[in-house]
Design a protein around this ligand. Structure first.
Ligand code: PTJ
Length: 234
């Protein structure tokens, strides 16, 4: 994990507390939509950074198998040592192919500067659906502009990534990944029209609004119960 990854983790924990540290109803709906998106995809890719590898390497491999998706190392703070370490972790978890390592990340995402724009031409560059857990806003926006369906996992429903993604799962990655694998396996044998219907019925803005409302209601309830101190506001 990059040092900034620890800060990102703490930010996530704060939002997890506000959400009640459980997978909420809107998150479950987003997970179902994400599963449908994976099952309709022609070239799905799972993007893996330091935090994701440290927290859910085995579930990443399970999802790749269930959804026939590729796995790509895609780092904000790129170094060959980190890429190799993450590749090793994923391979130890059972991955047979890991894209985006070293010179394999030879393509560039337009509109992004520095090392953050490097991607694998066999992976994210040509993907139609990309799962980006704990992603930064610039890259999310750039991938959406490339006409990809971007699935984000982000505990902060207000982050730019959460707001800009096509499907945002507002939940902790450690709970989301097993649920997403289960959902893909459950929906797998349905016909394509049911995936299309699930996606048509899903509204990301509405879903994000529901997560924000849940936080707000939870804070009000805790205040009413006297479980959190309140300041007099003029
Ligand atoms: O490994 P690298 O070099 O690619 O760097 C990865 C980090 C995470 C450092 C980088 O992508 C980054 O700085 O991300 P941000 O901009 O801090 O965004 C991370 C988002 O993930 C924040 O909105 C957090 O609330 C959220 N988050 C943190 N932990 C979790 C989480 N969301 C879901 N599950 C978590 N466990």
């Amino acid at each position: 994990m990059a040092p900034a990854g620890l800060i990102a983790h703490g930010r996530g924990e704060a939002f997890d507390y506000l959400l009640g540290e459980k997978t909420t109803k809107p998150a479950l709906e987003a997970i179902k939509a994400a599963a449908a998106a994976f099952l309709t995809a022609k070239k799905p890719v799972i993007s893996v950074n330091g935090n994701v590898a440290a927290l859910v390497a085995e579930d990443i491999v399970k999802l790749a198998l269930a959804a026939k998706a590729k796995i790509e190392v895609n780092l904000f703070y790129r170094s060959f040592e980190r890429e190799k370490a993450i590749q090793k972790l994923l391979e130890r978890a059972g991955a047979t192919e890991v894209l985006g390592v070293g010179n394999d990340a030879s393509a560039r995402i337009p509109e992004l500067s520095s090392e953050r724009r490097r991607v694998d031409p066999r992976g994210i560059l040509r993907a139609d659906v990309v799962l980006v857990p704990l992603e930064d806003g610039d890259r999310t926006e750039a991938l959406v502009k490339m006409d990809k369906k971007v699935i984000a996992v982000d505990l902060n429903p207000l982050s730019r990534t959460a707001q800009k993604a096509s499907i945002t799962i507002v939940d902790n990655i450690v709970r989301t990944m097993p649920a997403l694998v289960k959902s893909v396996e459950k929906l797998k044998n349905r016909d394509k029209t049911s995936y299309v219907q699930i996606l048509q019925n899903f509204d990301n803005r509405k879903n994000l609004g529901e997560s924000i409302m849940l936080i707000s209601k939870r804070l009000s309830k805790l205040t009413e119960q006297g479980r959190i101190a309140t300041l007099e506001v003029e």
